[in-house]
Design a protein around this ligand. Structure first.
Ligand SMILES: [Zn+2]
Length: 202
């Protein structure tokens, strides 16, 4: 018998499936995951793909020749935005208006540390022509497990939650954050006393 859950890919002991709720979303997410993220026990992108039936997840670093992604990008009836900071980023309100007007929107999320995401962005030239969308700057993350470069850096599931909630205020995406918090609580309980405080609180 495998030691890993076939649904969430985590160890059976750390299975997160009991906290996952299936959520309807008109906005589709495309998660581009850096290979170094895919085996991390705290990878949070999984919560997004398990909760959102119409999401996509691909692993790689340079996506410029990724045929499935390029097929998605070629769908002219869908407007694509990359969730990435940049001077030219459009306001989420403008995109929310499109969603409210029943236009099809897909958000591409880069899943990796800041440095890895930057590398992915640089290499994946097929993303460069797409408009950027960014989150408000004052959002607080709860990623206590992972050392964050700054106070407002968010885990991938938190970034996904915020963008979906901002674009679709009529739907409650809080179960994403609840599953995330349960996962953190579980991980903290697994650590020997003092380790969490010593290594992860900063
Ligand atoms: Zn599971």
């Amino acid at each position: 018998m495998s030691r890993y859950c076939s649904q969430c890919g985590k160890s059976l002991k750390a299975c997160i499936c009991q906290w996952i709720q299936s959520l309807p979303s008109k906005v589709e997410l495309v998660i581009l995951q850096h290979p170094s993220e895919s085996n991390r026990p705290m990878g949070t992108a999984r919560i997004l793909t398990l909760s959102l039936a119409n999401s996509y997840s691909f692993v790689g670093e340079d996506f410029s020749q990724h045929s499935t992604l390029n097929q998605l990008l070629a769908q002219s009836e869908v407007q694509h935005f990359v969730l990435y900071p940049g001077e030219s980023a459009v306001s989420h309100q403008r995109v929310a208006d499109k969603v409210a007007a029943q236009q099809k929107v897909r958000i591409i999320i880069l899943d990796g540390t800041w440095k890895k995401a930057y590398k992915m962005w640089q290499l994946s030239s097929n993303l460069h022509a797409l408009p950027l969308i960014r989150l408000p700057e004052n959002l607080q993350g709860n990623y206590r497990i992972r050392k964050a470069p700054s106070d407002n850096s968010l885990s991938t599931v938190e970034a996904g939650y915020h963008i979906l909630q901002l674009l679709q205020p009529e739907t409650d995406f809080a179960p994403l954050i609840e599953a995330f918090n349960q996962m953190i609580e579980f991980q903290i309980k697994q650590m020997p006393p003092g380790v969490f405080e010593k290594n992860y609180l900063s």
